[in-house]
Ligand binder design. Structure first.
Ligand code: NAP
Length: 323
């Protein structure tokens, strides 16, 4: 399969590329900012999603069988304050990609988010009506609807949630600080492994309950979706919903660290101030049953995901230490 990946330097995209290469796929990855930290064995193609004509040119040039569109802006403040620019990148870029995919007959897997929901319903499934509480969620919903309205497009919307793991394009950029846009699981794991307290914000403006998903597990679901022939929406989430305190305790257990270092703390005031106009879904619980049936497997439970992450972590550091 010839697979075109956007956002290949990101957490999700780098895992997709890694797994797809292991499976022998031919990869073309769009490149926006700096190239990956080491030499790659696939084709890089410079592309800025603001440039819709360039998107079409690139897809027509490479004629992929499938496209996994994982590039996005994730900074909530940028999205809230630069809406026109972000709309052009996220909604306009996705639309341009979809039209180009339809032109060459490629399947499009668009990466969306559980944040299309407000985090207030007891249980949402693939067909539940979305109700985004911030501009990011609104843009994802707009793209989902755009794809559904494009006659003749072969597509799957892959909603993701709470991704953690290695960014294989830039492992030095592990998002391990507590703050906006950080990777909660990696932060907790780093702190506990260093014998330091790990603060777990419990106040408002946090996504308290979610479906943590290991990036490599998510990559497998995205690749299955790229080969699937059904159109529509899929919940590629870890199979359990869990709150942050419980998750921190499972991380401590998976990494053999001291759970007494887990410190429930009020959300940082600077974050509360920066986010005061931005809604965050508080508790998300979703059914992934239809997706599991369609893709032929269920995603990892929390414990399975953390055990696999520990193996990746040990393998990565073992390989690095051996150099
Ligand atoms: N992380 C999560 O917990 C989570 C949860 C739900 C859904 N998602 C969705 O999953 C997808 C991937 O997220 P991620 O965590 O992998 O994000 P990420 O690590 O921040 O990666 C984002 C990617 O988008 C690229 N990009 C940004 N602006 C671009 C532009 N103007 N043109 C082309 N590429 C651009 C970035 O390139 P550079 O590296 O060069 O800047 C990077 O490769 C996104 O659609 C996100 O909405 C993520």
């Amino acid at each position: 399969m010839r697979l075109y990946v956007t956002g290949g330097t990101g957490l999700v995209g780098s895992n997709v590329i890694r797994l797809a290469r292991q499976r022998g796929y031919e990869i073309i990855a769009s490149q926006y900012g700096p190239a990956p930290e080491w030499a790659v064995d696939y084709q890089l193609d410079p592309l800025d999603l603001r440039d819709h004509a360039a998107i079409r040119r690139s897809i027509l040039h490479y004629q992929p069988d499938a496209v996994i569109h994982a590039a996005a802006i994730l900074d909530q403040i940028v999205m809230d304050t630069q809406r026109e620019l972000c709309w052009r990148i996220m909604v306009g870029g996705t639309r341009a990609l979809a039209e180009a995919c339809r032109e060459v007959g490629a399947r499009l897997v668009f990466v969306s988010s559980d944040w299309v929901f407000d985090g207030r319903e007891a249980l949402v499934h693939e067909g539940s009506p979305p109700n985004p509480v911030n501009f990011y969620g609104l843009m994802k919903v707009a793209s989902e609807r755009d794809l559904g309205a494009l006659d003749g497009l072969n597509y799957g919307v892959a909603r993701l949630a709470g991704i953690y793991g290695f960014n294989y394009a830039a492992p030095s950029l592990l998002r391990k600080e507590n703050g906006l846009g950080f990777d909660f699981s990696v932060y907790v794991m780093h702190r506990l492994a260093a014998g330091l307290p790990a603060e777990v914000w419990t106040g408002p403006k946090v996504n308290d309950m979610a479906h943590p998903t290991l990036a490599s597990d998510c990559a497998d679901m995205l690749l299955r979706l790229a080969r699937h022939d059904g159109n529509g929406i899929f919940h590629c989430f870890g199979s359990e919903s869990i709150n942050r305190i419980e998750l921190a305790h499972q991380i401590a257990a998976a990494f053999d660290t001291d759970p007494a270092l887990i410190m429930p703390t009020r959300t940082d005031q600077a974050v509360l101030d920066a986010m005061r106009h931005i809604g965050i879904p508080y508790r998300t619980r979703a059914s992934c049953q239809r997706t599991a049936e369609a893709l032929g497997r269920r995603a990892f439970t929390v414990a399975e995901g953390l055990a696999a992450f520990r193996q990746e972590w040990d393998a990565f550091h073992g390989a690095r230490d051996a150099k």
